[in-house]
Design a protein around this ligand. Structure first.
Ligand SMILES: CC(C)[C@H](C(=O)O)[C@@H](O)C(=O)O
Ligand code: SF4
Length: 467
């Protein structure tokens, strides 16, 4: 029998039933819930008179709409306030654990799952949110689902799926100084495009991936969806085990030892075949900056903005022209000449403690440029607390950054943290669509290190040579 990939192993152990046409009923171990995509799901349960099949398998948190300023003042926006209240009511009515807005454990849903030890290797994890792929960093099969599916999983703990194909993306070698997981994933999406992963689950392999911390692997898997993939994953290893050990919801004692033994089996067999493979060298990856209006429109900071006049394909040329117009950029200008107004360090891509430590180490002793407004939004209340214990908040404040409460914030501007029309932002988030951070706002996706350097200089700069 042919060997199995990591994906095959998880899929096969969660398969409840498979039809001849490949339609599969998959068992879902865990579900995360937030305030935006859950109200109709709970409403559906109510109307049908059903209860969650396994309430303990679900964890809920408000994140998209929460204010990142003083929460004792409540929520000014009526729609946001109602969404958060509705989540609280539903969790109470359906006996689901909720980390409320003022709970120290509150944070972006994809930050708190791993932080609590809710995210475990070998499990199937879903959430009504596309960046659920983040949890694949632990060797879980984790993917985003729609609201009707949220209801289905609540009611049955199962989901109807078609088996996706598998893609290996192998990155060997050593990253350049100050380059990070964010640069790897942006470079991958720059290469495969935003549809390159369509129909696939990606497994990231190679020495550069193994060298990443768990935080780095989460950044990587987080953006798999921006490359079109259903999910991204990294096989668990000793770093995974060390990260999970002792977390509040992780197995304890003998159960933990048993779990570790099972997790050791979670790797792709040497004779297994992927449906597709892409190979890259870490040395070739420069610090990345997105210049356009999709995550695939991205280049190294040492490059120039593309010139539509050189493009032979009509669609590519038109898309480039439109993107340059929206972004207010001239063809051929050096990316390092792009001046920015705002810096956002946060989001489920880059707001974990390691991201903040790195950002603070570069911000220390420097100051945000006079023309720039910069903010740091920790991924969770616990990340914020940890950062404060380490004095990172002081470093950021002294350098001129605002230090905020945890939430999605300016990643998608559902709360008060919004770009003004025309404002240009260096952002550590994952999406740069038109209007993503506010109507008319212009987003450049970068790593935390690149964001700090841009905040200080007022424009992008190659951090490999920055002092
Ligand atoms: C609001 C939610 C449905 C959405 C998602 O699915 O990703 C959001 O988190 C985002 O990042 O755009
Ligand atoms: S931080 Fe951004 S990408 Fe992540 S869940 Fe929130 S809105 Fe979506």
């Amino acid at each position: 029998m042919a060997g199995k990939t990591l994906f095959d192993k998880i899929w096969d152990t969660h398969l409840v039933r498979e039809e001849p046409d490949g339609t599969t009923l998959l068992y879902i171990d865990r579900q995360l819930v937030h305030e935006v995509t859950s109200p109709q799901a709970f409403e559906g349960l109510k109307l049908a008179g059903r209860r969650p099949r396994r309430p303990a398998a679900t964890l809920a948190v408000p994140d998209h709409n929460v204010p990142t300023t003083d929460r004792r003042l409540g929520i000014a926006d009526a729609i946001s306030a109602k969404q958060i209240q509705t989540l609280e009511d539903n969790c109470r009515d359906f006996s689901i654990t909720l980390f409320g807005m003022n709970d120290i454990r509150q944070g972006v849903v994809h930050v708190i799952g791993p932080e609590q030890g809710f995210t475990l290797p070998g499990t199937t994890i879903v959430c009504g949110d596309s960046h659920t792929s983040t949890h694949g960093a632990f060797g879980a099969l984790a993917f985003g689902i729609g609201t009707s599916e949220v209801e289905h999983v609540l009611a049955t703990q199962c989901l109807v799926q078609k088996r996706p194909k598998t893609m290996e993306i192998r990155v060997d070698g050593v990253l350049s100084d100050r380059c990070s997981a964010k640069d790897i994933i942006l470079a991958i999406i720059g290469k495969i495009g935003t549809a390159g992963g369509t129909g696939y689950v990606i497994e990231y392999t190679g020495s550069a991936i193994r060298a990443l911390s768990m935080e780095g692997r989460m950044t990587l898997c987080n953006m798999s969806i921006e490359g079109g993939a259903r999910a991204g994953m990294v096989a668990p290893d000793e770093k995974t085990v060390a990260y999970i050990k002792g977390r509040p919801l992780a197995p304890k004692g003998a159960l933990f030892e048993q779990a570790v033994q099972a997790w050791e089996q979670l790797k792709t067999d040497s004779d297994a075949k992927y449906d597709a493979t892409l190979v890259m060298r870490a040395e070739d990856i420069a610090p990345q900056v997105s210049w356009g209006t999709s995550p695939g429109m991205v280049l190294g900071v040492d490059q120039r903005v593309p010139d539509p006049a050189t493009m032979t394909d009509d669609n590519t040329r038109k898309a480039t022209e439109r993107a340059l117009e929206y972004m207010g950029l001239a063809a051929n200008m050096p990316i390092a000449d792009i001046k920015i107004d705002t810096v956002f360090i946060g989001s489920c891509t880059n707001s974990r403690i390691e991201d903040l430590r790195l950002a603070a180490s570069l911000a220390k002793g420097k100051h945000v440029a006079k023309t720039v407004h910069a903010m740091v939004v920790p991924g969770s209340g616990l990340v914020k607390q940890q950062a404060e214990q380490e004095g990172l908040d002081t470093i950021f404040r002294e350098a001129g950054f605002e230090w905020r409460e945890a939430g999605c914030s300016m990643c998608l501007a559902m709360n008060a943290d919004v770009l003004k029309p025309g404002e240009r932002c260096a952002s550590t988030s994952n999406r740069n669509f038109e209007g993503r951070q506010g109507a008319g706002g212009r987003t450049h996706l970068v790593s935390p290190a690149m964001a700090v350097a841009a905040a200080v200089e007022g424009h992008f700069i190659d951090i490999r040579h920055w002092s």
